[in-house]
Write a protein that binds this ligand. Structure first.
Ligand code: S3P
Length: 173
């Protein structure tokens, strides 16, 4: 594998926790795009949306995705909106993207309380579940079009999801 295994999917699908577990299983370095953006710009993602605006956040996200994907093998957890940019989609297709899929009901349950406060997009019209349903309708085809394969992320905990991904990755074709 030249570049990283990149985990993509909706907010709440477990990209961060599964990414850490997968990196340990594969003995590869792990990075989380949102956390890396927070470190680099010294602001939480929520604050970057609020103070810098979504457009600037998306440009930063694109630049850092390209940088990390060029840095060699590893596991990269991304933010749910990474597939919105066509250049990002081209990068994902050149690497090994894995789509963590889960139903809106499961995502909404996981994203209650403090989790919701960290995600500015969930404050949209109609409440959390309606926002997630709208986002999933638009993004589902984009995730699928970039992914080498899909795993059901609502089944089992992060370690189990990571194990299923590792099995697929290591399986001889
Ligand atoms: C976003 C998802 C978030 C974060 C930002 C935007 C999105 O990451 O990048 O709030 O557009 O879906 P998670 O998927 O880790 O929640």
């Amino acid at each position: 594998m030249k570049g990283p295994v990149v985990l993509i999917g909706m907010m709440g699908s477990g990209k961060t926790s599964v990414g850490g577990a997968l990196a340990r299983l594969l003995a590869l370095p792990w990075a989380d795009l949102d956390q890396a953006l927070e470190r680099r710009f010294k602001r939480s993602v929520a604050k970057q949306f609020e103070l810098d605006g979504e457009a600037l956040f998306r440009r930063r996200e694109r630049d850092l995705l390209r940088e990390i994907c060029g840095a060699g093998p590893g596991v990269l957890s991304t933010g749910g909106g990474v597939v919105l940019d066509p250049l990002n989609r081209a990068i994902l297709r050149k690497n090994t993207a894995v789509y963590l899929s889960a139903s809106t009901a499961v995502l909404s349950r996981r994203l209650g309380g403090a989790q919701a406060a960290q995600r500015p997009l969930l404050r949209g019209a109609g409440g959390r579940e309606a926002v997630l349903r709208r986002l999933a309708a638009g993004r589902g085809p984009l995730y699928r079009s970039c992914a080498a394969f899909t795993v059901l992320a609502s089944k089992g905990g992060p370690a189990d999801v990571a194990r299923r991904i590792a099995e697929r990755l290591l399986k001889p074709c």
